[in-house]
Write a protein that binds this ligand. Structure first.
Ligand code: FMN
Length: 160
């Protein structure tokens, strides 16, 4: 398998966060996240605001995936401005859902990281060490929920 520079890909091309079951799957664009090692496991770190529809899925489900594309910023802008509450975003973006390890991901993505949710927490006002960051990003106090996912598998895809 190719060695992927995920932080670089996230910065340049963004990613999708996808979660759900065979009943319903939702996805949204994310520009923030991390990749590393925690508790001896390869992990990802993602941040979701509570008003996102995707939040309902990441709360309910035990798994999620991160999906990376190339030259698809128009599609990711759509998936990152419209809510799955209002439109069938996945169908409108012509994405096909696959499942592995109970985790939904996209056939068309260049690469998918399949993750098991192992920790969640919510950012708290009292823990910000620099008030300017708090003021800039949380004037509405809609603190991100941070999820740590253990990487189960990396699945390569791409349009045939
Ligand atoms: C480039 C970009 C990066 C984003 N990054 C995040 C993020 O890291 N966390 C987050 O909660 N929302 C982020 N968003 C906003 C969500 O993608 C957006 O609100 C989306 O419409 C939510 O869809 P949903 O309601 O179907 O979950 C980002 C949007 C864009 C365009």
């Amino acid at each position: 398998m190719k060695a992927y520079n995920f932080p670089n890909m996230l910065e340049k091309e963004w990613m999708l966060i996808t979660a759900g079951s065979d009943q319903k799957v939702n996805t949204m664009t994310a520009g923030w996240g991390g990749f590393g090692i925690l508790w001896g496991k390869p992990c990802v770190f993602i941040f979701i605001r509570p008003q996102r529809y995707t939040y309902e899925f990441t709360e309910r489900e035990n798994y999620f995936s991160l999906n990376f594309f190339e030259n698809e910023k128009k599609m990711l802008s759509y998936l990152g401005t419209v809510s799955g509450r209002d439109e069938e975003k996945i169908a409108n973006a012509n994405l096909n859902i696959e499942f592995q390890h109970n985790t939904p991901y996209f056939r068309e993505a260049k690469v998918n990281i399949l993750c098991k949710k192992i920790y969640r927490d919510i950012l708290r006002e009292e823990n910000f060490l620099f008030p300017e960051i708090h003021q800039k990003w949380y004037p509405k106090k809609d603190y991100h929920i941070v999820y740590i996912g253990e990487i189960l598998e990396i699945v390569e895809g791409g349009k045939e």
